[in-house]
Design a protein around this ligand. Structure first.
Ligand code: SAM
Length: 226
């Protein structure tokens, strides 16, 4: 299948979900991601989650194994994910979960006050559609925490090379498996919007704050809707 055919049929996206599930099943998710992010992964999750304190009802979009979910202090919170396997783990902790995709969310307009997508928006199969849905279901604040794609071309290349070649080698050293899942990470980086493109897309809808770490290789973008 040619790359564009794989795109239009959703094969790439489906493979990425399978890769995430496999990493989690092997119990490698936290350990490897912590090292490759220079121990900043949770710090920026925390920045994102704490910006939703006192916002009201919060949706954790792409909740996965619940690493961001656990940091959200809200009067009511819901974990949302396309992967049933991930949600079953969260469900075991007796929390509210919904299965679905970002691009077609099963919620009414303004069902939530806040929404956070941590390390998940980058994976969506149609970013414009996902963002439009986030804007529809959340009335006040939208927080995107993710690997960033720097606006500066030099930093973009350096971070790209790091993700493409060094990250899988670091993952190999940590897991003992050279053919590890982190070889797929670059695909999502390549497909991702730059940090400034993301900020610009949200700028039409309210006030945007963007915090960058690792020269833009990690970012938190917070939108306060008008
Ligand atoms: C890398 S995990 C992030 C988990 C967690 N938020 C964290 O902070 O570590 C990404 C999650 O987003 C989910 N996901 C990716 N694309 C999605 C989509 N289009 N719709 C719904 N969930 C999606 C995946 O199933 C996965 O559980």
């Amino acid at each position: 299948m040619k790359p564009e055919e794989r795109h239009s049929t959703g094969v790439i996206w489906f493979n990425i979900i399978k890769v995430i599930e496999s990493i989690e099943e092997k119990g490698l998710y936290v350990r490897v991601n912590r090292v490759i992010s220079f121990f900043l992964d949770d710090k920026i999750r925390y920045i994102g989650a704490s910006s939703l304190k006192k916002v009201g009802k919060v949706l954790d979009a792409g909740t996965g194994p619940g690493l961001t979910f656990r940091l959200i202090e809200a009067e009511f919170k819901v974990g949302f994910d396309a992967s049933l396997k991930m949600l079953k783990k969260l469900r075991a902790k007796n929390v509210d979960v919904v299965c679905g995709v970002f691009e077609y969310m099963p919620f009414r307009r303004n069902s939530f006050d806040g929404l956070i997508a941590a390390y998940s928006f980058r994976d969506s199969f149609d970013k414009a559609k996902a963002l439009a849905e986030f804007l529809r279901v959340a009335s006040r604040r939208i927080v995107l925490v993710d690997i960033g794609k720097p606006c500066n071309p030099l930093f973009r290349i350096v971070i790209g090379l790091y993700i493409k070649y060094l990250v899988p080698v670091i993952a190999a050293l940590l897991t003992g498996d050279f053919r590890n899942e982190w070889w797929s990470l670059y695909e999502t980086y390549e497909e991702n919007w730059t940090n400034c493109a993301l900020a610009k897309a949200l700028d039409n809808f309210g006030n945007v704050i963007q915090i960058e770490k690792m020269f833009g290789g990690l970012q938190v973008t917070i939108l306060d809707k008008r």
